[in-house]
Design a protein around this ligand. Structure first.
Ligand code: DC
Length: 222
């Protein structure tokens, strides 16, 4: 079995950028599973499918061919051959992704795809249900979190740099809404598993989090 590292955590904990850097330093691939739910959410919005309609969202998901490729600038995500990487980071798509991710049928399709990818090559997989569902036998399991206020602050700074007009209060409110939806859904809600190491990055900078996680990986794989 290839080396698999599972990383879960809430919105804005820095999972994707931390996971990408940890994977780079370990020389393994990084799979951002959130991008796959985002691809489904974005396609639903584009085609006018109501994301609150479980049957319709699930039917849509099952007919889509979602693939990823790992390129020099990171992961690219495709829907039926179209590269949607640059189209899935808007607040609307974030909320739509969180909504379609509640549905069992959608989750089953995404999990099967993720398991197939992780079985092929050493990989660090980040998401919400990786420790419990996608890679229950992962060698290393991390739950990366930070306080809601700190996560919102980081997200707000990042959005502001890109010119988004949202206020800190709006970002915090959106983040809490998405937390509630991701943590309270019936199917595989986000929560730390007993065998995961919790890394609270509230008081840490990027480099400290990366080093912390690399040390955990070293210990678990020794
Ligand atoms: O990590 P992200 O913000 O890009 O994820 C977008 C949404 O997808 C998130 O609100 C919850 C959902 N998601 C999930 O349910 N399971 C995963 N493994 C990854 C993401």
């Amino acid at each position: 079995m290839p080396l698999n590292i599972a990383m879960d955590g809430p919105v804005g904990a820095g999972k994707s950028s931390i996971a990408a850097e940890v994977a780079r330093r370990l020389g393994i691939l990084h799979l951002d599973t959130g991008a796959m739910y985002r691809a489904v959410g974005r396609t639903a919005l584009e085609r006018g499918v109501d994301v609150r309609d479980e049957a319709a969202a699930t039917a849509l998901c099952c007919e889509l061919d979602i693939t990823v490729s790992h390129e020099a600038d990171g992961q690219h995500t495709y829907v039926n051959g179209e590269d949607v990487t640059g189209l899935i980071r808007t607040p609307e798509v974030s909320m739509a992704a969180s909504t379609v991710a509640k549905y069992l049928g959608v989750r089953q399709a995404m999990v099967a795809l993720q398991q197939k990818l992780a079985a092929q090559t050493p990989m660090l997989v980040d998401g919400r249900d990786i420790c419990v569902r996608v890679l229950p036998n992962a060698t290393v399991k991390i739950y990366l979190t930070a306080s809601a206020e700190e996560r919102a602050r980081r997200r707000w700074l990042e959005m502001n740099q890109k010119g988004a007009p949202d206020t800190y209060e709006q970002v915090l409110e959106d983040l809490k809404k998405r937390d509630a939806q991701d943590m309270n859904r019936e199917v595989d809600p986000l929560r730390p598993t007993e065998d995961a190491v919790i890394v609270d990055s509230t008081e840490m900078n990027f480099e400290q989090v990366v080093e912390n996680i690399l040390a955990i990986v070293k210990e678990k794989t020794a």
